[in-house]
Design a protein around this ligand. Structure first.
Ligand code: PMP
Length: 326
């Protein structure tokens, strides 16, 4: 399974390219064994703990996460002979709990609370790792083995697949591993590659990179993205410019990518593509229609059948319902 992580295909996106007036490409991270970009971080974090001697055969990996990171960790841990404990808030979807249990993870549910509360799921996961013999805490937000995954795998793959011709890269931030790591790796190949943050509403980073102030505005239903602080993975990220994308814009691209190009994706991918179109417009104006922009197609839409692809859920959130779901 480890050998199946990464080396994902890159696809030219016809609709986004037409909208931007240049060439937009998506890295198909939903092809990873756990169906998301987070398999890379899971493997790099676990391998790093092995190499530092912290993780011994039969050991346990503990993480606080509700989503793709837990799935990636559970699969990699199975393949390497470790146990997995995932701590998550008890208000998460039944699908997520069922998925993690199905993969063999032990789930610890805690009441949702604010980050400052010592019982927050992230702090609970750290304590549990400290108290469990032979356990390590994955700590995806501040463990920079996460962004090393993208410096050492995602960026060189994109550079090779683009045959050494790339003008821009953009994606959204959850931990920041993908943006910072891929940005750093690509800049090392060509410093003229423009690296852009694509932020959802409800996150504080757009304002941070635009004017130096960590300030959130609005909200988003996108899962896996939206950060309020500079994580260790984000420190020194080479961000040249930034865009802010609404859920409606992201959903419009999710709908078009599915109906026009046959790609069934999650909302963070739609938001990334909307950001790539903005960056593409900028680069097309400066460098012409040959300009090339890459972004990340983070996870599969099959993970969101009861949310993004469900008319009642979309209506309850006040979001437009895809016309084929009516
Ligand atoms: N999209 C999805 C669906 C994710 O699960 C994540 C991971 N949190 C991201 C995007 C962002 O990736 P990163 O943590 O590397 O910033």
């Amino acid at each position: 399974m480890i050998e199946l992580i990464g080396n994902t295909p890159m696809v030219r996106l016809a609709g986004p390219s037409a909208a931007a007036g240049c060439e937009i490409f998506g890295k198909c991270e939903f092809v990873n064994p756990g169906a998301s970009v987070k398999d890379r971080a899971a493997w790099w974090i676990i391998r790093d703990a092995e190499q530092r001697g912290e993780l011994q055969p039969g050991g346990t990996v503990v993480e606080g996460t509700a989503g793709n990171t837990g799935i990636g960790i559970a699969l990699v841990a199975n393949a390497r002979g470790y146990k997995t404990i995932i701590v998550m808030p008890d208000n998460q979807s039944q699908e997520k709990m069922d998925t993690l249990r199905a993969l063999g993870a032990q789930l610890v549910l805690v009441p949702p609370t604010k980050f400052a509360d010592p019982n927050h799921f992230v702090h609970t996961s750290r304590r549990l790792a400290e108290e469990t013999p032979g356990a390590v805490w994955a700590n995806q937000f501040d463990n920079i083995a996460n962004r090393r995954a993208h410096i050492e795998s995602t960026a060189p793959e994109i550079w090779a697949q683009m045959e050494g011709r790339l003008d821009g890269f953009t994606c959204a931030v959850g931990t920041g591993g993908t943006l910072a790591g891929t940005g750093m790796g690509l800049k090392a190949e060509d410093e003229n590659i423009r690296v852009a943050l694509t932020d959802p509403y409800g996150a504080a980073l757009y304002n941070y990179y635009a004017c130096g102030e960590l300030k959130a505005e609005g909200s988003s239903v996108a899962e896996g993205i939206g950060q309020g602080r500079i994580t260790a993975n984000l420190e020194g990220a080479p961000v040249d410019t930034q865009f802010r994308i609404s859920d409606e814009e992201g959903l419009a691209w999710v709908a078009r990518l599915l109906r026009e190009e046959g790609l069934c994706l999650g909302l963070s991918s739609g938001i990334n593509v909307a950001g790539a179109v903005e960056l593409g417009k900028q680069l097309a104006a400066e460098r012409g229609p040959e300009a090339r922009v890459a972004t990340i197609l983070c996870d599969t839409g099959f993970r969101y059948l009861s949310t993004l692809y469900n008319a009642q859920w979309l209506e309850a959130k006040g979001l437009p319902v895809f016309d084929w779901l009516r």
